[in-house]
Design a protein around this ligand. Sequence first.
Ligand code: SF4
Ligand code: SF4
Length: 138
Amino acid sequence: MKQKLVLRFPAAVVEQPFIYILAKEYNVVANILKANINPRKEGSMVVELTAAPEEFATALQFLQSRGVEVSPLEQQIIWVEERCTQCGACTVICPSNALWMQRPEMTVAFCSEKCVVCERCLKACPARAVEALYLAGE
Ligand code: SF4
Ligand code: SF4
């Protein structure tokens, strides 16, 4: 199984090699998407963890037993209209029509409710007018 999570580390444990332990002792592959780690300060990390279901559950128990707060990731796509050059590249590859070309004006529009967070537009946009926002769920 594969899941994106937000990990929050208390200052007391922030310097422990959790990613190494997950790989070595629990066979969990961690793909770090974002990290904010500083010595002796609270830290956070957005990770995508891949593992067999049983090992995944045991690994999460290990993290929580060490004081790491684990939350599911909620991801949201933001379209920054001011940066958009109206090139239309994202509207061609968006699978849900969340980014589309309005006619006859031929201007780009975005509807967050239609977005399935596939992230294709992030890679396609030459102007970095689309951003991913990571939020910790309950
Ligand atoms: S993340 Fe995917 S669905 Fe959402 S706007 Fe971008 S391309 Fe469309
Ligand atoms: S790819 Fe980027 S710059 Fe081009 S229309 Fe989409 S958001 Fe605008």
